[in-house]
Design a protein around this ligand. Structure first.
Ligand SMILES: Nc1ncnc2c1ncn2[C@@H]1O[C@H](COP(=O)(O)OP(=O)(O)OP(=O)(O)O)[C@@H](O)[C@H]1O
Length: 354
């Protein structure tokens, strides 16, 4: 069932897009700067009127403009669309709890109902212990999780995410990403991101936007595995290992179906269940000899291809990829058929249920 249906032309930005998002689905918009991603969000949110086009959400027409003439225009506040941006944008003079109660109260729900909804979301995103604090006393990651609760307490028909992790420091990102991963399973969402890891972990489908047009779209694993656009090729190649989570004491590990044992940053994994490990090719170091020392994952591999990838050189070994500098590639003398060791720090690997 389609939830969001958007078709629009914005002449002065040279944007012509058509997108559909199914109910409950998360669509990631990827693309270079100035491609038109934020324009798509603004069109859906009711912050931008197209020269031509329609926006419908759950069958309700929100925007209908034909040849510059507006037939239907539902204002932003009445669209049931919530936006989460880089900054948490909480009301500074209200407590965390009051911030989360704000949406349900504005929709006319009683104080008691609003309190119950807010409590549920504070619990779900794991910030209930911060309920009486003021936003100014929160860390960036805590504030962003409160912002997630605040957005969802209003029960939006559509959630728009505009690079929600871009302003966080690296240490805060995994917890916010995990919070989003859990809540996005239930909402219809369009997410703008520059980070392919977000797309891989959070999105069901990916649309690549370039020059104001959707140049490629499809299921996330397909686009990342077999990109057809220039930008798609640049972002592809993320390492993704599927397997089973084991926890026999120690910190636990993923035993991949392809044989590797992988240690990483794990959240909420149950031993014996299916899991996936994800890490970037740039996080992989390549050695001509076995490497020792924790906390690293080391895989003995045979190089299958060596090709330029922007300023770096991508070394592929079967289903794994490493991006190294041209100098490092030259020093290693890597070529197809060579035996090398790929090494990635456990801190660079995200492990999730799949
Ligand atoms: N407020 C605006 N008024 C006029 N033109 C704009 C405005 N905002 C963006 N544009 C133009 O519209 C086009 C699309 O920009 P948009 O911000 O949607 O891209 P983006 O993909 O979100 O980029 P980024 O990743 O840098 O945020 C660009 O040519 C940009 O210059």
């Amino acid at each position: 069932m389609t939830s969001l249906s958007l078709s629009a032309r914005v002449t002065d930005r040279d944007v012509v897009v058509e997108l559909e998002v199914a109910a409950g689905e998360t669509l990631a918009l990827l693309g270079p700067n100035g491609a038109g991603k934020s324009t798509v969000l603004a069109l859906a949110a009711g912050l931008l009127r197209p020269d031509d086009g329609t926006v419908a959400l759950d069958g309700r027409v929100l925007t209908d403009v034909r040849d510059g003439r507006t037939q239907t225009w539902v204002p932003a506040y009445d669209r049931h669309v919530a936006t989460l941006s880089q900054e948490a944008l909480l009301l500074p003079h209200l407590s965390v709890r009051a911030n989360v109660e704000f949406g349900p109260r504005a929709q006319g729900r009683s104080r008691r109902e609003a309190r119950a909804v807010a409590q549920e979301w504070l619990d779900r995103v794991g910030v209930a212990d911060l309920a009486e604090r003021r936003p100014g006393s929160l860390s960036g990651g805590q504030a962003q999780r409160v912002a997630v609760a605040r957005a969802l307490a209003a029960e939006p028909a559509l959630l728009l995410l505009d690079e929600p992790m871009a302003a966080l420091d690296a240490a805060a990102t995994p917890a916010v990403r995990e919070t989003l991963r859990q809540v996005l399973a239930e909402v219809t969402c369009v997410m703008v991101t520059h980070d392919v890891l977000d797309a891989a972990l959070l999105a069901d489908r990916v649309a690549v936007v370039e020059g104001g047009r959707v140049v490629e779209q499809g299921a996330t694993p397909d686009v990342l595995a077999r990109p057809r656009s220039v930008f798609g090729a640049r972002i592809a190649g993320l390492n993704l290992l599927r397997g089973t989570w084991r926890h026999d004491g120690g910190s636990g590990e993923l035993v991949a179906t392809t044989g590797e044992r992988v240690h990483g940053q794990a959240e909420d994994l149950t031993p014996g269940t299916a899991a996936v490990a994800v890490f970037r090719p740039t996080a992989v170091s390549v050695y001509a000899h076995p490497v020792h020392g924790s906390p690293r994952n080391t895989f003995e591999v045979v190089v299958t291809s060596v090709e330029p990838n922007g300023d770096l050189v991508r070394i592929r070994a079967g289903h794994l990829a490493a991006d190294v500098t041209a100098q490092a590639a030259a020093e290693l003398g890597v070529r197809p058929g060579a035996r090398v060791w790929f090494s990635v720090k456990a801190t660079e690997v995200s492990l999730h249920a799949s």
